[in-house]
Design a protein around this ligand. Structure first.
Ligand code: ATP
Ligand code: MG
Length: 564
């Protein structure tokens, strides 16, 4: 499997779509106008692959002073829903893009499409067919052998017009008749072998209600909708390359001037350890393997947002992966790198302890509180400093203490000295254990001369630990995430259900984390770096008296390690 890395060369030069557009502008095509569109089917929430397409389409419009439409491709009423329409709008706006005018819907063009179908019938280029699905398959031929003409191919125009009208009026049951284009049953391109234009479907549509009982096929609606909207560059993914001759055939029939939209295909975004099919994502939601479309483990835009991804990090990621003509798989570590890069600059640091171990500073005065100063963001001085309370009893991370540490353990052990970040040097003298032998208290002495964590005499310590004051700490729920799948290509094994590769440990809920009191008034969506532990954001269900933090990503960056 080819894992692509960031190509900095590519970033500077134009991508192949920009080259096409530049050429079109040079030759004066479409009077130099650039008009793109993002055409989601409202049958699921947007995922990171859609985000790539959004950044590309809206990005091209921005770059060339053009426009970009949002068009809902709502030709399949059975699977579509207004909930999806709303979430798609929210996600695009959140990513920072603005569509031209009102959102468009393919269903707005159902009348025009119907009229166009009638025109094709009148030109002798469409006919009503009665072949059953099995017969259709048989007549279609194979990629290496030509198909056969349908026996219904040569009905009279009048008969076709009358039957098509009856289809529309609901005179027939589903499946009885189809409207097909009359193109070429022996074309080497299977899509040109008299493709279906309309099928009968008694389904309530979320916008047109029961007005229609015939619905256009995707291919019959897509290019024409582009044409109706004046789209100049219709960017789509590679699987539509073979549909392009049909796209052109339809728009040729429609065009009355020089203007015609042009379809351009690029490679869809694939990420390892990730499923990117809406059907499969829906399955995860319906079977409750995740808590919803916006579960922070989902590769959906809403899931990533809830997890703590910023719009900027997703846009930067999309820019970095570039636009390719051939399919590849991008390492999910690149996405993680891009959020770390963004949050490193934006997120305030705080201290929090996930697995608290009590530390008692025996020589620190009983009952004394002290306020220490901590830097909010070492990358950004303007973020200032905050006050952190310190007292006799603290918490440190359980794994930062070992009773009998090996030499290379750069944390706390008996008789060893460490720095408590922004506080003091402390040295462990002894521990207290419970009846099971578990350490319940670590006793230390502190050096009052080391205030602020500064060495009073140049002596070095084993390491620097994060901590919180036990008396002031805020108990918090922390949700730690791991990849949702255990294998790189969970959808790749045709013999196995992708759900077999779900990672059972993808979510760990920790209800006993302790955070510094700075977090008392945080709001959902706020982001922090917990020193040494990762980037975290406040979950949407978090309440002041019941804080919930999601870990967006750990601090370790395998991307820069492997690629620099
Ligand atoms: P899925 O295969 O997940 O069901 P889809 O392609 O059917 O997705 P649409 O709603 O039709 O979903 O997609 C809207 C637009 O987003 C299309 O133009 C499509 O080409 C693009 N798109 C979908 N998935 C990706 C992807 N992984 N990478 C880039 N663009 C994508
Ligand atoms: Mg699609």
């Amino acid at each position: 499997m080819e894992i692509k890395s960031e190509n900095t060369e590519e970033k500077k030069s134009l991508n192949f779509i920009e080259n096409i557009i530049d050429e079109d502008i040079k030759t004066g095509k479409n009077s130099g106008i650039v008009y793109t569109r993002f055409p989601p089917e409202p049958n699921g929430y947007l995922h990171i692959g859609h985000a790539k397409s959004i950044c590309l389409n809206f990005g091209l419009a921005e770059k060339y002073n053009g426009k970009c439409n949002l068009r809902f491709d709502d030709t399949n009423p059975a699977k579509e829903d207004i909930e999806y329409v709303d979430s798609i709008k929210e996600d695009i706006e959140w990513l920072g893009f603005k569509w031209e005018g009102e959102p468009k819907f393919t269903s707005d063009y159902f009348d025009k499409l119907y009229d166009f179908a009638v025109t094709l019938i009148k030109k002798g280029k469409a006919y009503v067919c009665e072949l059953s699905p099995e017969e259709m398959r048989e007549y279609k031929g194979t990629p290496t052998s030509p198909g056969k003409d349908s026996p219904w191919r040569n009905r009279s125009i009048e008969e076709n017009l009358s039957l098509f009208e009856k289809m529309r009026n609901g005179d027939f049951e589903e499946g009885k008749y189809l409207l097909r284009a009359k193109i070429d049953m022996s074309s080497p391109n299977m899509h040109m072998r008299d493709p279906i234009l309309y099928r009968i479907k008694y389904a309530n549509h979320h916008r047109t209600g029961d007005k229609w009982c015939i619905y256009p096929m995707y291919d019959f609606a897509h290019g024409q909708s582009d044409y109706f909207e004046g789209i100049t560059h219709s960017v789509c993914t590679l699987e539509f390359e073979v549909h392009r001759p049909l796209y052109d055939w339809f728009t040729d029939q429609l065009a009355t001037t020089e203007y015609k939209p042009r379809q351009i295909e690029f490679a869809r975004l694939n990420l390892n350890y990730t499923i990117m099919s809406k059907r499969k994502l829906l399955e995860l939601v319906e079977d409750k393997h995740v808590t919803g479309w916006d579960d922070p483990r989902m590769p959906t835009v809403s899931g990533l947002r809830r997890r703590g991804y910023t719009a900027e990090s997703i846009r930067n990621f999309s820019e970095k992966v570039g636009v390719a003509k051939r399919d590849g798989i991008i390492d999910v570590a690149l996405l993680e790198h891009s959020i770390r890069e963004d949050l490193n600059l934006k997120a305030d640091r705080i201290m929090g302890v996930l697995n608290p171990l009590k530390v008692i500073i025996d020589n620190y005065p009983e009952g004394k509180d002290e306020i220490l100063e901590a830097v909010n963001n070492p990358e950004d001085e303007s973020k200032g400093i905050r006050e952190v309370p310190f007292c006799k009893v603290l918490y440190i991370e359980k794994e930062d203490f070992m009773e009998n540490p090996p030499k290379k353990f750069f944390r706390l052990g008996i008789n060893s000295e460490v720095r408590l970040r922004y506080a003091y040097f402390v040295k462990c003298t002894h521990v207290v254990k419970d009846e099971k032998g578990e350490i319940t208290e670590v006793h230390c002495t502190y050096d009052p001369e080391s205030k602020g964590g500064k060495s009073p005499d140049g002596r070095k310590v084993k390491g620097t630990l994060h901590w919180v004051s036990a008396k002031h700490a805020v108990k918090t729920e922390v949700r730690l995430y791991d990849r949702l799948f255990t294998v790189e290509n969970p959808g790749g094994d045709k013999e196995k259900d992708f759900k077999e590769f779900l990672n059972k440990d993808s979510l760990k809920v920790n209800e006993s984390a302790m955070l510094e009191p700075y977090v008392k008034n945080v709001k959902p969506g706020q982001q922090f770096q917990f020193e040494r532990l990762g980037y975290f954001c406040v979950d949407k269900d978090s309440k002041t008296d019941n804080l919930i933090f999601n870990r967006t990503v750990t601090l370790r960056d395998s991307w820069t390690k492997n690629n620099n």
